[in-house]
Design a protein around this ligand. Structure first.
Ligand code: F6P
Length: 358
């Protein structure tokens, strides 16, 4: 093996640069060149590549996001025509040929479920691939945790800690909306670690009246303010999730957002306590990676490279109970959700009086 490629695709997160660094340094040490693909599947299809050297990756592990760029819209098997956006083409074979023409023999593809679905197709069409899972949502079966999750938890904790003082001063109810799509990991871990009073998860529809009763109980008996950590895809019993926009052609077309506004309005109306909503948004994906994401990124990058070196392909690598693991690309995409009734952190939180809207 003389040359491999690395690509980061899907929503960015902290820890991606650590993956890039470890792949480049481990490969270069064995005399193997690494080509970086720019902007995820855009660069894959549009042939935007850049050779990465030791110099390019010096000190990048502490920088958030990805030096290669990313995109969470493009799907290489359904790629829009440049002029006529209504037409789409399967660009996978052509993109693989183009990489092979410059000598690329294998790829490391870092991404979420959608990205790795395409990675599986690329692998099946004749390019050796090892996938690496990353997402702040921590909703992938291949790894627990995923790269980016720990940093996102810190970002949520940091934001909620700052919001507490203003909530206290104004005697307010603050509904803090967190990302995570249909999985509640980020909200649960971030909300718990930040000391939220109420945590609303997509895995359990909330009862608005009971949430309001709990708000009143806290305001009357315990504290001057209430913090509610609400997952972007949580919903009231009998109602639908709040969708902010549909992004056509992307792997996950629904983008959630806005449930906290509805909740804050309802809570203020029902309880009479002044309420505000805060959508944390992309701040959760940003900033420098925490040490555990730097370490996880480096371990998975190096492991992926070692597998390629041994002639392996068709795997997603991850960690399970801190041990490196590899699984074959799964047949179907199944998001990993919280087991609401059995999750031990939920049990602990409930024992400590945190309310989940159930
Ligand atoms: O999957 C990562 C994620 O940050 C989700 O938590 C969130 O719902 C989504 O991406 C946001 O997507 P976009 O960057 O397209 O707004």
């Amino acid at each position: 093996m003389k040359k491999i490629a690395i690509m980061t695709a899907g929503g960015d997160c902290a820890g991606l640069n650590s993956v890039i660094k470890s792949v480049v340094l481990s490969a270069n040490k064995k005399g193997i060149e690494v080509v970086g693909i720019i902007d995820g599947y855009i660069g894959f299809v549009e042939k935007k590549y850049k050779t990465l050297t030791e110099k390019d990756v010096a000190d990048i592990e502490t920088i958030g996001g990805t030096i290669l760029g990313s995109s969470n819209k493009e799907n290489p098997s359904c790629y829009p025509d440049k002029e006529d956006k209504t037409k789409h083409y399967d660009m996978i074979d052509e993109s693989i040929s183009s990489l092979k023409t410059i000598g690329v023999e294998a790829m490391v593809i870092v991404g979420g479920d959608g990205t790795l679905d395409s990675a599986k197709v690329i692998n099946s069409r004749g390019m050796r691939v090892i996938g690496i899972p990353k997402t702040i949502d921590n909703d992938m079966i291949a790894s627990d945790p995923t790269i980016g999750f720990d940093t996102a938890i810190s970002n949520v904790v940091d934001a909620i800690s700052k919001l507490k003082s203003t909530a206290y001063s104004h005697r307010r109810v603050l509904v803090v909306e967190t990302m995570g799509r249909t999985s509640g990991y980020l909200t649960l871990y971030g909300g718990f670690a930040a000391g939220a009073d109420i945590i609303l998860l997509p895995e359990k529809d909330y009862n608005l009246k009971k949430v309001c009763d709990r708000v009143k109980q806290i305001m009357e008996n315990t504290k001057r303010y209430v913090i509610i950590a609400a997952s972007e895809a949580c919903k009231e019993v009998g109602k639908e999730e709040v969708i902010a926009r549909i992004v056509e052609n992307s792997f996950e077309q629904k983008r959630y957002g806005g449930v906290s506004e509805r909740l804050a309005r309802d809570i203020e109306y029902i309880t009479g306590y002044e309420s505000r909503s805060i959508i944390l948004g992309h701040i959760q994906r940003g900033g420098s990676p925490c040490p555990s994401d730097i370490i996880l990124g480096a371990r998975l990058g190096d492991y992926a490279f070692r597998l390629l070196l041994e002639g392996e392909s068709g795997y997603i690598v991850g960690t399970n109970q801190n041990e490196l693991v590899k699984i074959k690309f799964p047949e179907d995409r199944v998001p990993r959700l919280l087991d609401f009734n059995n999750n031990d952190l939920i049990k602990t939180a409930k024992n400590m009086g945190i309310y989940f809207g159930d």
